[in-house]
Design a protein around this ligand. Structure first.
Ligand code: PRP
Ligand code: URA
Length: 206
């Protein structure tokens, strides 16, 4: 079952800005950053820590640092909007890129680019894609990551459709989905309702 973070006041605030058809690109990008930060703080909850001794100006105490290697995989183009805030929230991460584009008529995604750093089995991979609609792009991305050896993968989105979550979870029951909001449904063109339209176009003003 996908985790829905829409009870968080900042998620509600930024999501409303993103949904509003009058929001222009600069403001859209700021709210994309704001909502991604909240979602990433939640995604970071399960990261592993190790303790070590740290010296304050007054005395020694026990500190903690992240031990899991985290790799972000933004799905181009729209996932790029989530990358910078994600990297700011989780330090020391690496990045792999995958380009997937939906066919406008069939809504089926095809891959046009992929560049992944070496993956170790324990690497925590966080896939970034703001819209999980039919779930096809997310499932293809995770197929590729698993083929390259990834075992700990999470799917991070801003809005997800119930139909897409069901398809994705059937293909990858071991991959948790974290969403800012699970919306109502897809329309006939496979856009999310109420949604926010085409995320990539609104982010990049195209
Ligand atoms: C959008 C979105 C997702 C995909 C979701 O990308 O950013 O990647 O659609 O749809 P799905 O769940 O039905 O596969 P799009 O193909 O429009 O490309 P873009 O990011 O380059 O705009
Ligand atoms: N991609 C988008 O950008 N928006 C949708 O509603 C569905 C797919």
């Amino acid at each position: 079952m996908a985790k829905d973070l829409s009870q968080h006041p900042l998620v509600q605030h930024h999501l409303t800005v993103l949904r509003d058809c009058r929001t222009e690109s600069a403001k859209f990008r700021r709210s994309c950053r704001g909502i991604t930060e909240v979602i990433l703080v939640e995604a970071a909850r399960d990261l592993q820590l190790e303790t070590f001794e740290v010296e304050t100006p007054l005395e020694k105490t026990v500190g903690a640092r992240l031990v899991s290697a985290v790799m972000f995989v933004p799905i181009l183009r729209a996932g790029l909007g989530m990358l910078e805030p994600a990297m700011d929230i989780i330090p020391g991460s690496s990045v792999g890129y995958i380009g997937l584009e939906r066919d406008e008529a069939t809504a089926e995604a095809s891959c046009y680019y992929s560049k992944m750093p070496a993956l170790e089995e324990h690497t925590q991979v966080l896939v970034l894609d703001p819209m999980l609609a039919t779930g096809g792009s997310a499932a293809q991305c995770v197929d590729q990551l698993k083929a390259q050896g990834a075992r700990n993968i999470s799917m991070i989105c801003i809005i997800a459709a119930p139909e897409g979550i069901a398809t994705f979870e059937e293909a990858h029951p071991d991959v948790p989905v974290l969403a800012g909001k699970v919306d109502r449904q897809l329309n006939e063109q496979k856009y999310i309702l109420p949604g926010l339209g085409d995320f990539g176009d609104r982010l990049f003003n195209t």
